[in-house]
Design a protein around this ligand. Structure first.
Ligand code: BEZ
Length: 263
């Protein structure tokens, strides 16, 4: 696997539409409420929310009385977060290039780290950002995340001849056995780690899968000409329908890695 986020992926990820994200994919941050419980932020603590998106979880963390800085590499997301929560602090920052030095009691991250193909750069930046005994609390896609969706996308770009099967790989989904050693190698003590399935319903009925792919699978969509876009979606839907379409709704075959690691 390439150890870098592809340039195309970076640019499109950075340009997500915050309104669409909030309107159709609110589950991304709603599921994060459980991760906040694991974080258990305390009044007076200083917390970094890495990959804050439109800031909903940053605001929930701040409700505990902690002082929170939300960061995201997308300026669109950060601007939307600032508009929604003008009393909170947000900054554009790339999680691979964190410059904080022993400033935070905790670093929190929900549904972000699977976008970054250089996990050790993130882990090192988080380590440096934490004060001694600080904690890193995160959840993101685990090994096997969207296995069925990704395999259909791969198969169909291959069938259409627009990319070789496996050539496009925008996501990092580690197992516990891959990620915990990376944390330990970089000084962390892993206190808790779990991997679980989270099948998740997508909005928009029959259009749910193609809309999700259009929003999040842009590395695949970028390979398509206008003429093969519709055949692409139809074939992907055909392959996935037996497993992921139930009672008028599409489901994403998400799996999650959730962890607490201490400095
Ligand atoms: C996820 O939340 O697991 C995910 C989101 C977008 C693309 C791929 C995976």
């Amino acid at each position: 696997m390439s150890q870098r986020m592809s340039e195309a992926s970076k640019e499109r990820r950075a340009a997500w539409d915050p309104n669409l994200y909030d309107a159709k994919y609110a589950f991304v941050w709603k599921y994060g409420a459980d991760v906040i419980s694991l974080l258990a932020p305390q009044a007076g603590e200083r917390v970094l929310d890495l990959g804050c998106g439109t800031g909903h979880l940053t605001a929930q963390i701040a409700d505990s009385g902690a002082t929170v800085l939300g960061t995201d590499r997308s300026s669109e997301m950060v601007n939307a977060a600032r508009r929604k929560y003008p009393h909170l602090q947000f900054e554009v920052a790339d999680a691979r290039d964190l410059r904080f030095q022993a400033e935070f009691d905790a670093v929190f991250s929900n549904a972000t780290l699977h976008w970054i193909l250089e996990p050790e750069r993130v882990i090192q930046g988080v380590w440096n950002a934490l004060r001694p005994r600080g904690r890193f609390v995160a959840e993101f896609g685990a090994k096997g995340n969207i296995r069925k969706i990704q395999s259909a996308l791969d198969q169909v770009v291959g069938e259409l001849g627009v990319a070789r099967q496996g050539e496009i790989n925008p996501w990092y989904y580690p197992s516990i056995g891959e990620y915990a050693p990376l944390l330990e190698k970089n000084g962390f003590e892993v206190r808790f780690v779990t991997l679980f399935d989270r099948p998740t319903p997508l909005e928009d009925g029959d259009a749910g899968m193609r809309n999700w792919i259009a929003m999040f699978g842009s590395d695949y969509c970028a390979k398509l000409s206008p003429e093969n876009r519709e055949p692409f979606y139809r074939r992907v839907e055909e392959l996935l329908r037996p497993d992921l379409f139930r009672e008028g709704q599409w489901w994403a075959d998400f799996r999650r890695l959730r962890l607490v690691a201490c400095k």
